[in-house]
Design a protein around this ligand. Structure first.
Ligand code: SAM
Length: 224
């Protein structure tokens, strides 16, 4: 890689960090991860957890339109890290925001952020443990910010799909997928879930990520 390209990358990274610090200051929370992205010290059932790397605020804003969430929405961030997404959503009127996090340490920080959050109007609940073992029976929107690999994804989607029999409802899923080979397997799992339909997708500005919207359940085509 040329020196020029490396310098441009570094400048972009610093700019992003600065914007995120301002975002945290504005929301009165602490979600920035400045150095090497940390891993949960706990091991999940399938051992495919990814690192805790929150999506930058300004990128988040380009695809997560909280105004589309209604007051009955139960929003899950599966692999919530320090809770940045939860905090953004909880500033809008929804029934509940639920964060699932493998790491006790990250979840504790998310809990502190939920309490400190400026302008919160909706409740935030943190559940610590493996997403592959959680209950999703009340969820309506499920957000996946690139938390884990295909094995855990398969198990989580199966669990969510099963809740549709006992509690038929419209569901939407938002997947942040890196455009690297490693997310091909995750995408295959999404495509073959048997209950999700593709609604749309977009690439993200200055990011090697892409976001996809999928819908499932009765009366929902997964409207964004
Ligand atoms: C990329 S971070 C997500 C950050 C968060 N969604 C945000 O945007 O602020 C992925 C998180 O998923 C968590 N994670 C990975 N595997 C998990 C699992 N099996 N169950 C629950 N959380 C998991 C990681 O510990 C990490 O904090």
């Amino acid at each position: 890689m040329s020196v020029l390209k490396r310098s441009a990358q570094r400048a972009r990274w610093l700019l992003r960090l600065g914007v995120d610090r301002v975002g945290d200051w504005f929301y009165s929370i602490d979600t920035v991860v400045a150095g090497a992205l940390p891993h949960a010290s706990e091991i999940s059932r399938f051992g495919d957890a990814y690192v805790n790397g929150p999506v930058s605020y300004w990128i988040l804003r380009s695809y997560l339109d909280c105004k589309t969430l209604g007051p009955k929405e139960v929003f899950y961030d599966i692999g919530c890290g320090h809770g940045r997404v939860l905090c953004m959503v909880a500033r809008h009127r929804v029934a509940k925001c639920i964060g699932i996090e493998l790491s006790k340490e990250f979840a504790e920080k998310a809990r502190t952020n939920a309490v400190a959050l400026r302008g919160r109007v909706s409740p935030i609940e943190l559940r610590v443990g493996d997403a592959a073992e959680m209950d999703y029976s009340d969820g309506t929107t499920f957000y996946f910010g690139d938390p884990f690999g295909a094995y855990t994804m398969r198990s989580v989607l199966k669990r969510i799909g099963e809740t549709l029999t006992a509690n038929p409802r419209a569901i939407r899923c938002i997947f942040v997928l890196p455009i690297f080979e490693r997310s091909d397997a995750v995408r295959r799992v999404i495509e073959t879930s048997g209950w999700l339909n593709f609604v749309g997708g977009q690439s993200l500005p200055y990011s090697p990520m892409r976001v996809e919207y999928w819908g499932g359940g009765p009366n929902r085509n997964g409207a964004r």
